[in-house]
Design a protein around this ligand. Structure first.
Ligand SMILES: O=C[C@H](O)COP(=O)(O)O
Length: 268
């Protein structure tokens, strides 16, 4: 299969820690330093699994400085961005500013933003477009509520949300898709690996339809929702699950380092 521009990752497994509104900039420095040491001590192969943290906006400059000064192999991104590039949008953060801080990634459409900040599918699509405009890789979150699951089954809402998020997007784009069933987030009740795989496969089919075979084959689809060191290996065994978006467990250094080294659990 020819590798098309924008598909450089070729689905290297991706472990992403979404800190949500936790850890200030001083705590972020200590955490990232310890995480890097812990993975280095364990001889983590960053080529076989990319590890990224998603701190609050106020931490990003500190994380950038540390990663660049110490040449750490960790990636980082923001938890949101504005759909606008600049102007009178008090409190918002432009993708241009994130790019200037060397962010590679930005989470878009997390269910907490959809619910707590009334982000509609249209807003999510505008943010995806903004991320791509600024050379950031959007980590597009989709997922059904418990009610959606009961009414429509698992994949209908995530697939519809992905279609909406990609409105107007074509060609060789670098994106990541995170399937996060809302009922599994922070609940301690993760989806089963089989449930995650079924939805991930549907999401990949949707990517094929919208972006074509090559881009779909190179796009990473993550599972998120109560991922822990104890269950990561079971998700990573699924053919369409390429990593995890981790919330609570990404704040526990040993746990997150262990999730990042999921290979050691495979086959156990
Ligand atoms: O962005 C991460 C997700 O919301 C998952 O959170 P969780 O691992 O605490 O369930």
């Amino acid at each position: 299969m020819a590798v098309v521009p924008g598909t450089a990752h070729k689905r290297v497994p991706f472990i992403a820690g979404n800190w949500k509104m936790n850890l200030d900039h001083l705590q972020s420095i200590a955490f990232v330093q310890k995480l890097a040491w812990s993975l280095k001590d364990a001889r983590h192969d960053f080529g076989s699994a990319e590890v990224a943290v998603f701190p609050p906006f106020t931490d990003l400059r500190s994380v950038q400085t540390l990663i660049s000064a110490d040449k750490l192999e960790l990636a980082f991104g923001a938890q949101d961005l504005s759909a606008h590039d600049s102007g009178a949008y008090t409190g918002e953060i432009s993708g241009a500013f994130l790019k200037a801080l060397d962010c590679q990634y930005v989470i878009i459409g997390h269910s907490e933003r959809r619910t707590l900040h009334n982000e509609t599918d249209e807003v999510v699509a505008a943010k995806v477009a903004a991320a791509l405009r600024h050379g950031l890789v959007p980590v597009i979150c989709v997922g059904e509520t418990a009610e959606d699951l009961e009414k429509h089954g698992a994949s209908a809402v995530p697939v519809a949300q992905l279609r909406a998020a990609l409105a107007g997007v074509t060609g060789a784009v670098d994106i990541v898709v995170a399937y996060e069933p809302v009922w599994a987030i922070g609940s301690g009740q993760a989806a089963t690996p089989d449930q995650a795989e079924q939805v991930a496969a549907k999401l990949r089919e949707t990517l094929v339809e919208i972006l074509g075979d090559d881009v779909a084959a190179a796009t990473r689809v993550l599972y998120g929702g109560s991922v822990k060191a104890a269950n990561i290996a079971s998700f990573m065994r699924e053919p369409n699950v390429d990593g995890a978006l981790v919330g609570g467990a990404s704040l526990d250094l040993d746990e997150f380092a262990s999730i990042s080294r999921f290979h050691k659990h495979v086959g156990t």
